[in-house]
Design a protein around this ligand. Sequence first.
Ligand code: NIG
Ligand code: FE
Length: 413
Amino acid sequence: MSATLIRDIKLLVNTPETDTCLRGKELAVLPVIENAYLIMEDEFITGLGRMEELIYPEKHFKSVINATGQIVLPAWCDSHTHIVFAATREEEFIDKLKGMSYADIAAKGGGILNSARKLGEASESMLFNDAWKRLEEVSKMGTGSIEIKSGYGLTVESELKMLRVIKKLKEKSPLTIKATFLGAHTYPPAFKEDHEGYIRQIIDEMLPVIAKEKLADYIDVFCETGFFSREETIRIGKAGMAIGLKPKIHANQLNLSGGTEAGVELGALSVDHLETMEESTIRLLAGSSTIGTLLPTAAFFLRMPFQPARQLIDAGCALALASDYNPGSSPSGNMNLVTSMSCIQMKMLPEEVINAATINGAFAMEVQDKTGSIRPGKKANLIFTQPVPNLATLFYSFGTNHIEKVILNGKIV
Ligand code: NIG
Ligand code: FE
C-alpha cells in the first residue's frame, strides 16, 4: 500500500535481466519494454513489466503517476567530474578565443594552477555550497550518480580540504557520489623543479590521511606531456592501490602520453579522455578489463578531435560517457548534451550512448548494484522525458530540454 505505480510508460528503457559491463557490439543492445508499468516503494524499484501484465488494481497503490507518451530511462551515471572548484575561468576562455591553446595557458601558470590558487583561498563551506548548487543543477538534468575528483588543491591542506568537501556532499546529497583523489593533477609551482618532492608529499603526507579518514574511493593521475609521465603515473597509482584506492587515470587527452598503457598495467577501473589514440593503444585497451571513458564535451570545448568511439567499439572496448564538468575544459555537466554530441560527432547509436552513460558509467564508479539500469532492487533513479516521437529524438533534437521530471531515490527532484 505504500508503493507508487507509474503507468502507461510509452517506453521503459534499459531493463536487463542482469547487469554486465558492456563492450564492443554489446553496447548497441538496449533492453526496453513498450507500454510498461513500474512500481517503486521508498527509494527502490520493486516491480516492472508490460501494462497488460499488471495484476494489482490502482487502488492498491499509495499514488499513481501517469506516463502516457513518455519515455522513462535510468538516471545518468556521470563517472568523471571535477565539480568542487572555487571559481569559473572565463578570462582563459577569452584568451583561447584569441588564439591561445590549453597547453599555452597551463604553461604560463593558468589552467589548473589558476584554479588551485583560488581554491587555496576558499573556505570549506563556500566550496561545499557551490558544489551543492552544481549537484542540484545536474540532478535536474537527469544525473543520479556522479564521481567527483580533488586536484585543485595541490597542497596537503587544500587536497584534504577538497576531499572533506566531497565526503560531506556524499553524506548529504541525494545523488550517489564517489570520491577520487587527484593530487597528481599538475606539479604545483613550489615543486616545479622537484617532481620527486611533490610525489613524496602525495605518497607520504596525503595518502596516509586519506586512508585514515576514508576520504577517497579512487586515485587518479593526469598522465600527460608536461604533467605526469607514464612511470610517475604507475608509481602514484600503485601507492594509491596500497591503501585500497583503485586507479582511474586521465589518459591520452592531448598526446600519446602512455596513460592508457599505465592504466592497463595498473588494472585501472577506467582510463578517461582518449582523444589521442593510435591503433595499438586501442587494441591494448580492448584486450583489458579497463573501461574507456570518453569525455566529448571536453574535446568540444578545447576544439580537439573527438574520441574515436567507433574504432574503440569495433575493437571491442567497454566504453562509458561522462561530462568532465570542470572550469577549464568542460564547464558543463549536462549529460544530455554529452550523449547527443556522442551521437552527432562520434557516430554512436542512441542505444550505445544510453548504455555508456547509464550502466557502463555505473560500472566505472562500481555502483552497478545500486543504479545504472531499471531492475527490481535498484534505486528508483529515473528520468521521465516529455512526450517524444521516439528514443532517437532525445539525441537528434540536441539542445532541447526533453526532461519532464527526474526521480532520485524514489523522490522527485
Ligand atoms: O579533465 N585534463 C586534466 N584535467 C581536467 C581539466 C582541468 C582544468 O583545466 O581545470 C580535464 O580536462
Ligand atoms: Fe578530467
